[in-house]
Design a binder for this molecule. Structure first.
Ligand code: PMP
Length: 377
């Protein structure tokens, strides 16, 4: 198997899986229970939270556990607009957000909120002057992801944060799901940040919402009890301990891992640019882990399944979208044909040079076969 879909999800690290199994066996109490077993489970959660907070450079009480980044994004958006509804009804975002940001904002627009899309430059980066111009007395929230999941474009969160610092009443949320484990994150100027364990060799079903202490949030789950009042329900010591383990392991030998991904990215790009049918949609601001391409005249799902026949796995758009038209590719390229035919190849430090070369060989073969089929029609 050649797995080139690491931005959709990562295989869990075996040590993380072992943590999950061991904690499930040993810490069987409900962390909310007052007896010894409950206390042991709670202490383990507290230790894990301490480690997560240390790695992220935030306070322990600023960590909220959720089921994943989708829930974190929803909790942040709805929790903020409810809590700060007296401050205004305008939200600023970009056209490069994940569906778990876009859909809540579309819903809010129908409820009378104004959603403003900040202009992006030709590389898909936030135009800071336009951001300033879009801010009004009515702006309550700015939500901008650190890295777009389809094309891999990275925003400068600190520069955006510096603009927003001058408006202390505006809350700044960032979906950092594609950043964690791929780059070192600086959350000093961000009020809220969302991510999912499954993107850094952790388990599916656990996520985090970082919420700075000074920010209040209306929880949308009522009743029950957890580690914080912001998202209730019995917390899972096994999922939380595995998230903490996955996060620590993700930043072990980090520079070496990044170096390896850069080298693999160079090989991948060199080979892709030699194939005349391939257009590259990623650009110099895309992280090396994500390469978005289009093969005009071949439907992306046809190519995806053709590669699958050879046990090679890539993505059309992202795993979380229901159609194959890429708004993100359109936002950056302004080209309808590229947006209809985009494919995402996402690599990791676990990828090998041999896998990339084999993928390229098979890709060329499939382009030939599928183009012939298209011409014969
Ligand atoms: N945001 C981004 C940028 C993502 O890439 C994803 C996963 N594709 C999510 C949010 C949602 O994560 P989850 O499915 O784990 O909730």
């Amino acid at each position: 198997m050649i797995y080139l879909d690491y931005s959709a999800t990562t295989p869990p690290n075996i040590e993380v899986l072992n943590t999950f199994v061991e904690v499930s066996k040993i810490f069987l109490g409900n962390p909310n229970s007052l007896h010894k077993l409950g206390l042991e489970a709670k202490n383990l959660i507290d230790e894990s939270t301490k480690q997560i907070a240390n790695i992220l450079g935030v306070k322990e009480k600023e960590i909220i556990y959720t089921s994943g980044a989708t829930e974190s994004n929803n909790a942040a958006i709805f929790g903020i607009i409810e809590n700060y509804k007296m401050r205004g009804k305008e939200i600023i975002t970009t056209k490069l957000e994940h569906s778990s940001i876009i859909e809540p904002l579309n819903y809010l627009e129908k409820k009378g909120y104004t959603i403003k899309y900040v202009q992006l430059d030709k590389y898909g980066r936030v135009d800071l002057e336009d951001l300033k111009n879009k801010i009004s007395n009515n702006t309550v929230l700015v939500t901008i992801s650190s890295i777009n999941s389809e094309i891999g474009i990275k925003q400068d969160l600190n520069k955006i944060g510096q603009v927003l610092e001058k408006y202390p009443k505006i809350i700044f949320h960032s979906d950092i799901t594609q950043s964690i484990g791929k780059e070192k994150v600086d959350l000093s100027l961000v009020d809220l940040a969302s991510f999912s364990s499954q993107k850094f060799y952790g388990l599916k079903g656990c996520g985090v919402l970082v919420k700075k202490e000074k920010i209040e949030l209306t929880p949308f789950i009522k009743g029950g009890k957890s580690t914080t009042k912001y998202r209730s329900g019995t917390p899972s010591p096994a999922l939380i301990a595995s998230t903490s383990k996955a996060l620590r392991l993700a930043y072990d030998n980090f520079d070496d891992k990044c170096e390896k991904v850069k080298e693999l990215h160079t090989i991948l790009m060199d080979e892709l640019t030699k194939i005349k049918e391939v257009e590259i949609n990623s650009n110099k601001y895309s992280i090396p882990n994500i390469v978005n391409i289009s093969i005009l005249n071949i439907k992306p799902e046809t190519m995806l399944h053709a590669l699958e026949e050879n046990d090679i796995y890539i993505s059309t758009k992202t795993a979380c979208s229901s159609n194959n038209y890429s708004d993100a590719v359109y936002t950056v390229t302004k080209d309808d044909n590229l947006s209809k035919t985009s494919l995402r190849i996402s690599i990791s430090h676990l990828t090998t040079k041999e896998e990339i070369l084999e993928f390229i060989n098979v890709l060329k073969e499939k382009i030939n076969v599928l183009s012939l089929n298209n011409n014969a029609k």
